[in-house]
Design a protein around this ligand. Structure first.
Ligand code: XMP
Length: 528
């Protein structure tokens, strides 16, 4: 395992990501981690970048014991400054910002007096490399015992290595794809210099995780968890089913604002297809009853749906526990499953400053309060694409593994204005046609998220020979990599014509279709 100590750079998690792509297992912890409390010895340590200057009074520093571990260390950006600070505090020059592309010149020393190890970081790479810089400080001269291994026009010490020990520092970011051969540099460090094993695979992850879940839950312990039909909760549920079988209880709450036929489809896939012990609760009347009359407050819709969900889930959990108590091999339901992914974990553990309080992150918030359950999060080490790979590995159907994200409040936030059973019908049918056509055109995976929204206005149309006064459907389809910014998808005219014709012809109550051409920002992906 390679230990990444995080100083809070926006790129830190990418270091872990790249190492795993090399099949090297890596863990990221805050830079303040005490090594004595670690419980394992890393094969190597990477010190990440960060937004501070090492010479500030309140700047964060690693546990200095890291330098006595006698394992290779690579400092990236702030990490390089941190190594320099340890070896001589007088080598640091003040702020001179440098962002973006830079040309790096590698300096090789051969097998001469400094020993061949100093060249190992850039082994097999060109002498001229395109790299990505993002830093404020730089070294004024080298710390004692180091040699230069790379330079740029602006940074004469863009790369340094210790003459005696495998200690390296680089000013640029090898973890971002803008650094053309950065991954190979990380491979040189992890595999060649640290001799880390390259046997981290998804198959191995499944075996380890199943063993971990069994050990955690014990012979009789039981786990409950909500599923939505989305990829994360389904993969987490399947993993639990593999680990503890019937002692995992999945709950699907039908809130009345799921997509067309969704509850039935999820039930079929999860029970018949995947063998998951699933309870479907039809609470649509309770949800729709409470949404009645809420016309112009999207946040109120979200609150009603969130609170009602917690209420229904808790009632169901009690019923399941009562039923399970009678069976011979059952203990208490002690655990709540949650499909938390690594990006959520990073958000909660990453280093946010010397005095930052660590925030806990969970989607089901209120569920934990009052239920006396412990959280179990089998996906907390994985990125989204790794969850998809794991899902495929576990035999989950392709169309579910690649499903677009769907918000918890469902189509209630895609029905602008009041949510009534009739409005739900219209929005569902239109959405279903849109998604069907996207899939038929082979565009589903290219688009990150697509849906039909129902506008609360009426427009005039002519259908047959009759003048009609019906509602308007707005189509929304976006491409995005992180859902923070997004752009609308440029469909061709023939495609839009086909979708519009079908919706107007097949969905009663709609006489017009428009396409939303707003990017995010200023728009959001959802319309409410
Ligand atoms: P926005 O509309 O904020 O959406 O650009 C970004 C992503 O978040 C999803 N989203 C939600 N998911 N509960 C959820 O579980 C919500 O209240 C919610 N609002 C937005 C949205 O679908 C998109 O993927």
């Amino acid at each position: 395992t390679i230990l990444v100590l995080d100083f809070g750079s926006q790129y830190s998690h990418l270091i872990t990501r790249r190492l795993r792509e090399l099949n090297v297992y890596s863990e990221m912890l805050p830079c303040t981690q005490k090594l004595a409390e670690l419980g394992w010895t890393p094969k190597g340590v990477i010190l990440s970048g960060g937004p501070y200057s090492v010479y500030w009074d309140d700047a964060p520093h690693v546990d200095q014991a890291v330098f006595e571990l006698n394992v290779p260390i690579l400092g990236i950006c702030y990490g390089l400054q941190e190594i320099a600070w340890h070896f001589g505090k007088n080598v640091l020059a003040g702020e001179k910002r440098e962002y973006g592309h830079a040309n790096l010149k590698v300096e090789r020393h051969g097998d001469g007096e400094v020993g061949g190890h100093v060249d190992k970081l850039f082994k097999g790479l060109e002498d001229d490399m395109e790299v990505w810089m993002s830093h404020g400080d730089k070294l004024s001269h080298l710390p004692e015992g180091f040699v230069t291994v790379a330079t740029t026009a602006n940074a004469p010490f863009a790369g340094m290595a210790n003459k005696d020990k495998p200690l390296y520092g680089i000013q640029f970011h090898p973890e971002v794809t803008h650094t053309k051969r950065g991954k190979e540099l990380l491979k040189n460090f992890a595999v060649d210099i640290c001799q880390a094993r390259t046997d981290w695979t998804m198959g191995k992850f499944v075996d380890q995780e199943i063993a971990r879940i069994r050990a955690l839950v014990g012979e009789k312990g039981q786990v409950i968890g909500a599923v939505s039909g989305g990829v994360d909760s389904t993969v987490a549920a399947k993993l639990m089913q593999e680990a503890i079988g019937e002692r995992f209880h999945a709950v699907l709450v039908d809130n009345g604002v799921l997509r067309l036929n969704e509850a039935q489809q999820v039930k079929k896939t999860l029970t018949a297809g995947l063998g998951i012990n699933l309870t479907v609760v039809d609470a649509s009347e309770r949800f729709l009853g409470r949404l009645k009359g809420v016309t112009d407050d999207p946040e109120k819709k979200r609150k009603i749906i969130g609170n009602t969900f917690i209420e229904v889930f808790q009632e169901t959990a009690k019923e399941i526990a009562a039923k399970a108590a009678g069976t011979p091999n059952a203990g208490e339901i002690e655990w709540l499953l949650q499909g938390t992914l690594y990006p959520d974990v990073i958000e909660s553990i990453s280093f946010k400053g010397p005095s930052a309080t660590i925030k806990t992150h969970h989607n089901v918030g209120g569920l934990l309060e009052g239920m006396h359950l412990k959280l179990i999060e089998p996906l907390r080490e994985l990125f989204k694409d790794e969850v998809r790979e794991l899902g495929t590995n576990l035999g989950i159907p392709e169309d579910l593994v690649w499903r677009h994200p769907f918000p918890g409040p469902g189509i209630a936030i895609r029905i602008l204005g009041e949510v009534t059973p009739e409005q739900v019908r219209i929005a569902r049918e239109a959405d279903n046609i849109f998604i069907e056509e996207i899939k038929a055109a082979g565009l589903y995976r290219k688009i990150s998220q697509a849906f039909a929204a129902l506008l609360p206005v009426k427009a005039v149309g002519v259908m047959g020979d009759k003048r009609v006064h019906d509602q308007v459907i707005a189509l929304r389809a976006v491409e995005t990599s992180d859902f923070m910014t997004a752009d609308w998808y440029p469909f061709d005219g023939e495609f839009l014509k086909r979708v519009s014709r079908r919706i107007v012809n097949e969905v009663n109550g709609v006489c017009r279709v428009v396409y939303d051409i707003t990017s995010k920002p200023p728009g959001t992906i959802e319309m409410e």
